[in-house]
Design a protein around this ligand. Structure first.
Ligand SMILES: Cc1ncc(COP(=O)(O)O)c(C=O)c1O
Length: 471
């Protein structure tokens, strides 16, 4: 099928009439994509801008042939970011598993709509069952549950919306001047977005300072709460971040949870990235207290290596969501289980649960744990090398697999200039992506080893180059 002539050719004919042609096209595209994936180490982590192809005719009058489409797709891949590169070290943005690729193919081919049970019966059951299982494994109550949303941002927005409504209903008649959310200065921007979406106003987010390791302190939270009480301002949510986006720090969840409990404030744990550490026996202790959360954000599309998107909103009391938010869908039939679209901010939703399902079936708990432990071990190795280099200073936080360093004895401007140069040279000469991160007014080089292809040679090359740039 080199050109798609008839309307029926655009689809896999349900009578099987074009099955061989459809398979040929899809197999050829799949093999092309896999050839790119299998040679990702030869391409830079981020594409070089000057090599970029023209985007071409975006909506041609006449449909293109299969071979033209394939070659256009190949150009797109060539010019795309390359998280499968072993030198992709600058972000906590994982490469996708083979299982996820399989899951995405199946999701597109059956194209069920997670909006409702009727449109996605077994997948709705699967998603709700996974949410319950993850909620229980974090230690939430037997009434806990949740669902997948389009990302950690949406999960945070919906969690804070529930916190606000919960606070409003529990304090009817008590007239606070305004409502606020408290989070650390390192909380993800989606918390600030949530505050805007909720209309809490310019001062709706209280950004609390962190200690030198980037963690919130209970005493800081208590002082802020006292001040709010004096001003008759109502705190509606305490956000503890388990794995800050900038440096990977984990707030002391137990301590914050006990403050939240005593004061009757909703506790949201944003574990978009770091909640995955719960699945490593060696590191789960860092998340102690997560079982006391009212809501948790957890993104398997980060450290579980599930292809984007795959993000859970988990709630300790799923029934509260029913009271606060559920809106029946007048255009779908009631099913055996809830319709996820009645509870979620989303309407129509992609069946991300299939990628999760195949990934967990393939890797099992042991595989996931080994991957997470590998990231921790890689980070430990880089830190040891950095420690052995007198001109480099390590940021004092080892909560997750983030390594941040800067140059000692230089002005901030000199330090930033050298880190920028190192980052540029690593990209150009070594296919290694290192990001720069501001923390407490200083610039740090940041490496986040994740994939099993981050071997010693890549890490050693990165550090050698950084050393050479300064000498
Ligand atoms: C701590 C944290 N929360 C939330 C998010 C937002 O997740 P997403 O990009 O899936 O919307 C991120 C993203 O990096 C994050 O690091």
């Amino acid at each position: 099928m080199n050109r798609f002539h008839r309307l029926e050719d655009y689809f896999v004919d349900p009578h099987g009439n074009n099955l061989e042609q459809a398979k040929k096209f899809l197999q050829s595209v799949l093999f092309m994509a896999l050839d790119h994936a299998g040679s990702a180490s030869t391409r830079p982590p981020t594409p070089k801008q000057d090599n970029r192809q023209e985007l071409g005719d975006l909506f041609p009058v006449r449909g293109r042939s299969a071979s033209d489409i394939e070659s256009a797709l190949s150009d797109l891949i060539q010019n795309s970011a390359n998280p499968a590169s072993p030198g992709w070290l600058g972000h906590m943005n994982s490469m996708s598993s083979i299982a996820s690729i399989a899951g995405d193919i199946v999701a597109a081919s059956i194209d069920n709509n997670m909006l409702s049970y009727e449109m996605a019966p077994v997948l709705t059951e699967l998603e709700l069952a996974y949410a319950k299982q993850f909620a229980r494994s974090f230690g939430l109550s037997s009434d806990a549950g949740g669902f997948l949303v389009g990302g950690g941002t949406i999960a945070n927005i919906q969690a804070l919306m529930l916190a606000r409504e919960d606070a409003r209903r529990r304090t009817v008649g008590l007239s606070a001047q305004r409502m606020v959310v408290l989070a650390s200065e390192l909380a993800h921007v989606s918390i600030a977005k949530a505050v805007k979406v909720l209309g809490l106003g310019e001062n709706g987010l209280i950004s609390l300072p962190t200690d030198k390791s980037g963690r919130l302190c209970g005493a800081t939270v208590l002082t802020a709460l006292q001040q709010l009480e004096d001003e008759n301002v109502q705190p509606i949510c305490l956000v503890a971040t388990a794995g800050t986006t900038s440096i990977g720090s984990i707030d002391p969840i137990s301590e914050i949870a006990s403050i939240a409990r005593k004061r009757g404030i909703w506790l949201h744990v944003d574990g978009a990235y770091g909640a995955a550490a719960h699945f490593s026996k060696a590191h789960e202790g860092k998340l102690a207290g997560i079982e006391l959360a009212d809501s948790i954000t957890f993104n398997p599309h980060k450290w579980f290596f599930v292809a984007r998107n795959c993000a859970f909103l988990l709630l300790n009391n799923f029934g509260r969501l029913e009271d606060i938010f559920r809106i029946p869908l007048p255009y779908v039939r009631a099913g055996k289980t809830s319709n996820i679209g009645e509870y979620s901010i989303h309407g129509t939703q992609h069946a991300d649960v299939i990628k999760l399902f195949v990934t967990l079936q393939m890797m099992g708990q042991e595989g996931i744990e080994a991957l997470i432990d590998y990231g921790f071990e890689r980070a430990r190795r880089v830190r040891n090398v950095v420690r052995s280099i007198p001109i480099l200073e390590l940021l004092p936080n080892e909560d997750l697999n983030f390594v941040l360093f800067k140059f000692r004895l230089l002005t901030e401007n000199q330090n930033t200039a050298i880190l920028e140069k190192a980052s540029l040279m690593l990209g150009l000469e070594d296919n290694i992506h290192m990001t720069l991160q501001k923390f407490k007014g200083e610039t740090w080089g940041r490496l986040i080893p994740m994939s099993p292809f981050v071997k010693d040679a890549v890490l050693d090359r990165a550090i050698r180059k950084i050393q050479r740039v300064v000498s």
